[in-house]
Design a protein around this ligand. Structure first.
Ligand code: HDE
Length: 707
């Protein structure tokens, strides 16, 4: 006879608890949960079934095994187990935002692309910034190229400009892409380093690939450690074509210029930011957009014809070369404004699929072998990452113009043709038709030649533009390049690789090579690397290549960190805040406690950070507004001393109350004051201080602090 089952005990009376105005119910295990009341929606399964208990699995008795019959539990866990999709193989860590592109004037003379026909036209846009080497969860301040991918939802289909913040690339032919990427990723046997090029494999590949030398100069420059996405340029890199209504071709290169000017951090700062706020760049974009301070870039184009291309010093199909702005002046054609964060990071930023082959009628490719290879890669990678040919059904990837085609079925198909017709031509007089006038037409370029695996001879000069880039930098920027090379190569364990890199540097700049060699302890300089083409030294320096020479001379859009203590002069804090608001910058208060301090007049000042959580590396300039007692107390705290010492070492402008002396002494500044250390002896001094901050950094200090 079957044993009689004990009936389950009736559920205990539900105890109600009120926390922060919310009524919660205490469950059997003491846990608190929400029960639908009034208008609150009822929790359901993905199939829409209402859920009674989301806290406990269905069990045989209170302490018995879990029953497989619990479909709600199984559905919930099944879905969770499948939450991850493959991260991008490159550019995995990224951050996106919505906005719009506004066309300045009609470019009908050059292109029939609809987006460029009408002055003032606004086209919706989505932009994703990224690093290249690191995984999705890596830190923002890696020394790396930044992706700058723009999707423009035009009236004639999506146009993606999948660019970088550097106008050239490491390699000339797409077939080398897996090699360069493998070399920079964590080494396969040990699985490190993460998001770093400072290791043997990368520099081994680079030292064996002279075509990478121009790009290496850029990646070792401050361009690879930008202060934020808002302060970097973007480039389409390759040469493209504009085609007018008669299919006449004009070559075009695309450049994005940040309205707030360019700015980078120094390496020691980058290292510390990565610890203090690994999300530094994404937080910056989030904060700016939330505050209504919408980041903006101007789109500029370099336009040229075949005669210019034939006469230019380098091959315009070679992505390791650029056309200096002084040689071919860029023309402003529109502006890009980012004004809205995605509603959901995964749905939009993660699932967005950029593809170089997304071009509207009126824009076409050149034969750049890198671009040609990319046109295959981007479609292919979306299948792997998003898992279905129907990735264009995901809202972020769908066109925003009318579209009609007969592609159907497949995994996760959201839209299928309605009715009988799913092919053409058909006899039913239904469905879309081709349009020779409106449709995409390729430039009818005459191409002939043998089928070969050859690199054009016109691609052979690997050093001249590297030399031009280096020669176009200020002394400070050149010093940073030498420091970056030294740091990176100091992590390379194999001496012959270090020497090989120096042998390439000798073809770029003797002093640079000698400095790096000396710092690495290479006593005998190697022979310069064999160069297929003798490096030129007649290319004029280009000011546009330098960050510092293009400075904004304004603190607008930047952030001031103000370290305060009890007894702080309230008038001074207010004066700084007023001056900051006036120029459109941001001020954040750092205090011993996040609860804030009591000012001299008894008012409470709330803090944005406690000192440990708000080191000076998070700010563009700092002010030390402390009372005498406060200074003495803070001088005993390591975090406060670092706050001061780092700001000084990173060449930042430092404003201070007259009573801050004790802190300046312990921060190692006293006696070393320079034009960047400014006493705020009256409320009126705030404006002068912020004017000085417009220079962003006092680089003259750098050789003294010997960072
Ligand atoms: Fe990419 N690249 N790439 N790349 N790339 C990808 O596409 C590839 C190159 C760039 O925010 C992948 O969707 C090849 C140059 C950006 O989603 C992949 C070659 C430039 C992004 C791919 C290059 C870029 C990618 C990985 C050599 C600057 C991120 C995931 C011929 C002009 C877009 C994906 C985003 C992403 C292939 C070289 C920019 C694998 C084969 C040069 C900004 O398809």
């Amino acid at each position: 006879m079957a044993k009689k089952q004990t009936p389950a005990a009736p559920p205990p009376a539900k105890e109600q608890v009120t926390i922060h105005d919310q009524t919660l119910v205490r469950g059997q295990g003491g846990e608190l949960h929400q029960i639908a009341e009034g208008d609150a929606p009822v929790l359901t399964t993905a199939q829409g079934g209402p859920v009674a208990d989301d806290q406990n699995t269905l069990k045989y008795g209170a302490r018995g095994p879990t029953l497989i019959e619990d479909f709600h539990f199984r559905e919930k866990i099944f879905h969770f187990d499948h939450e991850r999709i493959p991260e991008r193989v490159v550019h995995a860590r990224g951050y996106g935002a919505h906005g719009y592109f506004e066309t300045y004037d009609s470019l009908a003379k050059y292109t029939r692309a609809d987006i460029f026909q009408r002055a003032g036209e606004k086209t919706p846009a989505f932009v994703r910034f990224s690093t290249v080497a690191g995984s999705k969860g890596s830190f923002d301040l890696a020394r790396d190229v930044r992706g700058f991918a723009v999707k423009l939802y035009t009236q004639e289909g999506n146009w993606d400009i999948v660019g970088n913040n550097i106008p050239v690339f490491f390699i000339q032919d797409a077939i080398k892409f897996p090699d360069i990427v493998h070399s920079v990723k964590p080494e396969p046997d040990r699985g490190f380093p993460q998001a770093a090029s400072a290791h043997d494999n990368f520099w081994d590949f680079i030292s064996l690939t002279p075509e990478s030398m121009h790009m290496i100069m850029w990646v070792m420059s401050d361009r690879a450690i930008p202060r934020s996405f808002r302060f970097m340029e973007g480039f389409g890199v390759h040469t493209f074509r504009f085609l007018d209504a008669d299919d006449k071709s004009t070559f075009v290169k695309f450049l994005w210029k940040p309205k707030l000017g360019m700015q980078s951090v120094v390496w020691n700062e980058a290292v510390k930011i990565n610890g203090a706020d690994p999300d530094f760049h994404r937080r910056d974009l989030w904060d700016a957009i939330q505050a209504g301070d919408y980041p903006e870039w101007e789109l500029q184009v370099q336009l040229f014809d075949q005669d210019f291309a034939d006469a230019f010093d380098f091959d315009i199909l070679d992505a390791t070369k650029l056309i200096p702005e002084e040689v071919l002046k860029p023309i402003p054609v529109g502006r890009l404004v980012l004004d809205r964060m995605p509603d959901n990071f995964f749905a939009e930023t993660e699932q967005v699929a950029f593809m170089t082959q997304n071009v509207p009628p009126g824009i076409d490719f050149s034969n750049d072998p890198l671009l040609q290879g990319r046109n295959f890669s981007y479609l292919d990678t979306q299948i792997k990452r998003l898992g279905s040919t129907n990735f264009t059904h995901i809202p972020i990837n769908a066109p925003k113009c009318p579209f009609h085609h007969f592609q159907q079925d497949g995994h996760m198909a959201m839209r299928n043709p309605v009715g009988r017709v799913n092919y053409q031509p058909n006899s039913w007089g239904e469905g879309p038709r081709e349009s020779p006038e409106r449709g995409f037409r390729s430039y009818a370029e005459t191409v002939e030649g043998p089928k070969v695996r050859l690199r054009a001879e016109s691609f052979a000069d690997h050093y001249s533009q590297a030399r031009q880039f280096y020669g176009s930098q200020t002394e400070t920027e050149q010093r940073h390049i030498a420091m970056a090379l030294t740091f990176e190569l100091s992590k390379v364990e194999t001496p012959v690789i270090r020497e090989r890199v120096v042998s390439h540097l000798l073809n770029i700049d003797q002093t640079l090579a000698a400095t790096v060699a000396e710092k690495l302890g290479i006593t005998k300089l190697p022979k310069p690397a064999d160069a297929a083409v003798t490096p030129r030294d007649d290319l004029a320096p280009s000011k546009a290549l330098s960050i510092i020479q293009n400075g904004p001379e304004s603190f607008k859009g930047r952030k001031l960190g103000v370290l305060v203590s009890d007894g702080v002069d309230a008038k001074l804090v207010k004066a700084l805040q007023t001056a900051i608001d006036k120029i459109g910058a941001v001020m954040e208060i750092v205090a011993p406690k996040v609860g804030g301090v009591t000012a001299s007049d008894g008012t409470a000042i709330e803090a944005d950070h406690m000192i440990d959580g708000g080191p000076s590396v998070l700010f563009d300039a700092v002010a030390l507004l402390v009372s005498k007692e406060g200074a003495a107390l803070l001088a005993q705290e390591a975090a406060a001393r670092d706050f001061v010492a780092d700001a000084f070492a990173h060449c930042k402008f430092i404003g201070h109350s007259v009573d801050a002396e004790a802190l300046l002494v312990k921060g190692g500044i006293a006696g070393g004051e320079d034009a960047g250390v400014i006493a705020l002896d009256s409320a009126g001094a705030a404006t002068g201080f912020l004017d000085a901050c417009g220079k962003l950094r006092l680089w003259e200090r750098e050789t003294r602090v010997k960072l």
